[in-house]
Ligand binder design. Structure first.
Ligand code: SAJ
Length: 410
């Protein structure tokens, strides 16, 4: 089959690569000329374990090529961003642009799959965008002018994408006709998981539900950590004890919730049903308040020390990756720098070589090796449970004021 994957980001590129390695003829489309050029040279624009060898292989064999011009294909997979805009409302403009690019190319009988995480109704919105531009086409099944639409949300975990793409179960939501079955046949080229068939709206909400579920559970742990702090109770011991109950399984508190999924997707549910989603909204607010809680504890202490030096351990949004998107650690380091202009902030992040631009430009922040940072620091603030930090020699921390937001040092 011929497939055009629109959007070569964290989901589109690995999906294009595994489809191509399963024998499909794949064209990847992206507006970023640099990313397109890199891919056509068999290279990758971001790090994901095992992805670069797959991409290099399928590009050299001619199964995958990248372009900025959307071509005609029998199957389209739309994997563009769905960020939120002001007021936490979903921004569907990238989906709309993709639809407008696809519309003039359609001949009838093509399959269009929306893979981006989307609020309920987004697959219908994509179909309407296309059909408004092409009134000669239809959703009515079995005509020569029918276009088939399905929603097939991704659920892969960054760091394990190449494995989980092949092994995770997949939800497939049909908008019209046998679109779901056709989407399943396509994904079955590479995915060995179970296929769970439903309608497009249920598929959209199920993806959001999974991430909101996790967010609410992390919020419970984060709220407990703030309650325990006021009572001088160790929250990690508390959770471990409670988790011995056969039906209790509390997650881990931290400095907040980051990444581009769990900190974003629950808002799509809130935007869709604001009156009914008070628990989901409150969980978001609790998790978003956690960086402020960490700062409120640390800043008064730091202000009492002359020429204070603070080692901040970790900038990524979770352990053992280099992804800094929506990272609470990064937010905390920025705010520390604002609120303590005279402090020296020694930022440690073993997975990056240079600070992101907004930190690089700050005079009181420097990217520092872990040993140097800890040796010089008065205060050590652990923000991410990277392996390098878990395995740190505990004797280095005596004499230091330690804030361990992940509970790794007991
Ligand atoms: N976190 C905690 N405590 C915990 C677990 C996580 O504070 O006990 C924090 C992490 O530090 C991080 C954030 O939550 O800041 C999110 O990390 P994560 O590992 O829970 O999830 P993501 O964002 O990497 O990936 C999630 C996954 N969804 C679920 O587990 C339900 C993944 O399967 C999805 O494919 C992905 O979102 C996505 O793309 O939607």
């Amino acid at each position: 089959p011929s497939v055009a994957v629109i959007g070569l980001g964290y989901i589109g590129l690995p999906t294009a690569a595994v489809l191509a390695s399963s024998g499909a003829n794949v064209v990847g489309v992206d507006i970023n000329q640099k990313a397109v050029d890199l891919i056509n040279q068999g290279q990758v624009p971001f790090v994901e374990p095992d992805m670069s060898t797959t991409v290099a292989g399928v590009v050299s064999q001619g199964y995958l090529r990248a372009t900025t011009e959307t071509p005609h294909a029998d199957n389209y997979i739309v994997a563009v961003p769905t960020p939120f805009k002001d007021g936490h409302k979903p921004d569907l403009s990238y989906i709309e642009t993709a639809g407008k690019q696809i519309a003039p190319l359609l001949e009838g009988d093509e399959l269009v799959i929306l893979e981006s995480t989307s609020p309920p109704g987004a697959t219908e919105f994509l179909a309407e965008t296309i059909l408004t531009q092409r009134p000669d086409l239809t959703l009515e099944e079995n005509t020569a002018q029918t276009i088939y639409f399905a929603h097939c949300p991704e659920r892969v975990l960054p760091g394990r994408i190449m494995i989980e793409l092949r092994t995770n179960d997949r939800i497939v939501g049909t908008l019209n006709g046998n679109a779901g079955e056709r989407a399943r046949d396509l994904y079955q080229l590479f995915c060995e998981g179970e296929f769970l068939m439903t309608d497009a709206r249920t598929a959209e909400l199920s993806k959001l539900t999974e991430n909101a579920y996790r967010d609410v559970n992390i919020a419970f742990a984060n709220e407990l950590s703030m309650i325990a702090d006021g009572l001088d109770i160790n929250v990690w011991e508390l959770i471990e004890l409670a988790n011995h109950h056969p039906r209790v399984n509390i997650l881990q508190p931290g400095p907040g919730v980051g990444g581009h999924c769990i900190a974003v997707d629950p808002w799509f549910i809130v935007a869709t049903a604001p009156e009914q989603s008070s628990l989901i909204k409150t969980a978001r607010d609790v998790n978003d308040s956690k960086p402020g809680f960490v700062l409120d504890k640390l800043i008064p202490q730091a202000k009492r020390i002359n020429e204070v030096k603070i080692a901040t351990l970790g900038l990524a949004f979770k352990p053992n990756i280099d992804d800094l998107r929506e990272s609470p650690a990064r937010q905390i380091v920025n705010r520390l720098s604002d609120e303590l202009p005279d402090a020296t902030i020694l930022a440690v992040e073993p997975n990056i070589d240079e600070l992101p631009a907004e930190l690089e430009s700050r005079e009181n922040v420097t990217l520092t090796e872990i040993e140097t940072a800890i040796e010089q620091a008065d205060i050590v603030l652990l923000l991410v449970d990277h392996n390098e930090f878990i395995n740190l020699d505990a004797s280095l921390l005596t004499q230091k004021i330690v804030h361990d937001t992940r509970g790794v040092w007991g």
